[in-house]
Design a protein around this ligand. Structure first.
Ligand SMILES: [Cu+2]
Length: 157
């Protein structure tokens, strides 16, 4: 077999392999809301988005239990080292790839989180994508030290 044909065959084999694998599904996982220790300050939501079969944009995150929700990105000034945040309109979720919203990077901020998720220890959150998919997720709610919310501890005893 000459080299050119060999390359073609391996390329075809690689294509076959990928088409035999499970089709990636757009998913949101590992969602955790960390409550701000200071009332009136926003709480931070971290999660991972797993891309589907095609690229999509995450357009909005919302919750019936929060007054205002924004997607933010973090930038560090190369000269001063100062950290600042800026709101994002949309975030590209490439097909089959994982995009992490994590501490020190992209995150979602929630203002005015009401007592329902604080008592339940979980918050209903909706993720809206450019392909019109809406994904509902119950994110775990925790205090800044990782423990259950104080309101839930009071109920659980
Ligand atoms: Cu922020």
């Amino acid at each position: 077999m000459n080299r050119q044909i060999f390359t073609l065959v391996t390329a075809a084999a690689a294509l076959l392999l990928t088409s035999c694998g499970p089709t990636p599904q757009l998913k949101v996982k590992e969602a955790v809301l960390t409550l701000s220790p200071v009332d009136n300050n926003p709480s931070a939501l971290h999660f991972s988005v797993y891309g589907g079969p095609e690229d999509a944009q995450l357009l909005r995150v919302s919750s019936p239990s929060a007054i205002r929700v924004e997607m933010h990105d973090v930038t560090v000034d190369a000269k001063t080292g100062a950290v600042s945040m800026a709101p994002m309109d949309r975030v590209l979720i490439p097909a089959g790839e994982k995009v992490a919203f994590k501490k020190g990077g992209k995150h979602v901020m929630m203002w005015g989180v009401n007592t329902i998720p604080r008592k339940l220890g979980e918050i209903e959150t909706e993720f809206l994508f450019s392909n019109n998919e809406r994904i509902l997720v119950k994110a775990r709610v925790q205090e800044i030290d990782g423990s259950d919310p104080d309101e839930k501890k009071a109920i659980d005893g």
